[in-house]
Ligand binder design. Structure first.
Ligand SMILES: *Cc1c(COP(=O)(O)O)cnc(C)c1O
Length: 349
């Protein structure tokens, strides 16, 4: 693999105590190309702009997929990833749906681990500090034909992030009109366009004082499916409930880790369809104890209220919340503070 080192590190320009998500990027990036039927020319080079033809099909037809993962540094300076095989597998699953050629595993892992070694100083130790990793593939043939591209580019870029414990509990709107995904569609894939389609409905929800939307099924808006760009869990009494995977649900690494972890902690979980009606009636009976979103960026994001049919339902904070217990466990595994009975940690150096 070709490696071109950056001449001057940007590291000292970065205030690690004041990071806003996704704005500062580490010194290097990984890049490789697909053409003539194979992935080739892997290289690491200084992070920076690239020149592209305005006709590349990802810009017009959205043939692009991405992943999101993090690297953590423990107190001894060792760097860890969390279940990266899951992200690799999911990226190829997304690619298949978008008719993008499969990426070889060794290319993904060599690119990722070499990049993390070169930019390891960008990972600060300490809970809450991490390096957010964004692998992505986009169609790069200069051609306006509405057909799959013949050329693609795969990149990995990284940005240091800091989470400040709980970024606060959020208010959500249960969608009665817009949908994130439909049966037979691309909802289960991390397709770039899935996010674009959420921006407008989310901006309307913000006008109603909500931070995010809980997406419901596209048929009748009857079942609760995802929260914003996260999977979603409901605690009714002492049972944790989340929707089963289907065409409309993204197979989140955090979601599946929570289900496994809850099981090992003897927290009762049910993976089954859950109706809006059910959480409203549980709320009325005082049995709806928690709702939280789950995703790599924040691990667990507690929800403080939901709005449905113009009515707002508050969820008061409970002691020893499942959200706290599960977040603490996952975080401790990620930062190598406790044993990892599941084999989720992946050493980088
Ligand atoms: C990425 C993503 C998630 C969360 O997946 P993680 O692997 O846990 O980060 C959930 N829902 C959607 C729509 C996503 O794009």
């Amino acid at each position: 693999m070709e490696i071109i080192n950056s001449k001057k590190s940007k590291l000292k320009n970065v205030d690690f105590n004041n990071l806003s998500f996704g704005t500062f990027f580490s010194d290097h990036m990984f890049m490789c190309k697909y053409s003539d039927g194979s992935w080739k020319n892997p290289k690491i080079l200084p992070y920076g702009s690239i020149s592209l033809d305005p006709s590349i099909s990802s810009l017009h037809y959205g043939q692009a997929v991405f992943e999101g993962m993090k690297a953590y540094k423990d107190s001894k300076g060792k760097v860890w990833l969390f279940r990266p095989e899951e992200n690799f597998g999911r990226m190829n699953k997304s690619s298949l749906r978008l008719n993008i050629p499969e990426l070889p595993k060794d290319l993904f892992f060599k690119g990722l681990t070499n990049l993390l070694r070169i930019d390891s100083e960008w990972i600060n130790p300490g809970i809450g500090n991490s390096l957010y990793i964004r692998p992505f593939i986009f169609a790069s043939s200069p051609n306006l034909q509405a057909a799959p591209s013949k050329e693609y580019m795969f990149f990995i870029i990284c940005c240091p992030v800091k989470s400040y414990g709980y970024e606060g509990r959020v208010d959500v709107l249960i969608s009665e009109k817009y949908s994130r995904a439909a049966n037979g569609g691309v909802g289960y894939a991390k397709a770039a366009g899935n996010y674009a389609a959420q921006f407008y409905p989310t901006s309307l929800a913000e006008k109603e004082g909500c931070n995010q939307i809980i997406w419901t099924d596209a048929n009748n808006h009857e079942y609760l499916e995802e929260a914003g760009t996260m999977n979603v869990f409901f605690r009714i009494n002492d049972t944790l409930i989340t929707s089963p995977l289907n065409d409309r649900i993204l197979d989140g690494v955090t979601r599946k880790s929570i289900i496994q972890l809850a099981d090992s902690l003897k927290i009762k979980t049910e993976v089954r369809p859950i109706k809006v009606e059910e959480i409203i009636s549980s709320h009325k009976k005082g049995e709806l104890k928690e709702i939280f979103g789950a995703g790599t960026a924040v691990v667990i994001c507690p929800i403080s209220s939901f709005k449905f049919n113009d009515k707002k339902y508050e969820i008061s904070q409970v002691k020893n919340s499942f959200a706290d217990i599960l977040k603490e466990k996952i975080t401790s595994i990620q930062y190598n503070l406790i044993d990892d009975p599941f084999g989720w940690r992946f050493p980088v150096n």
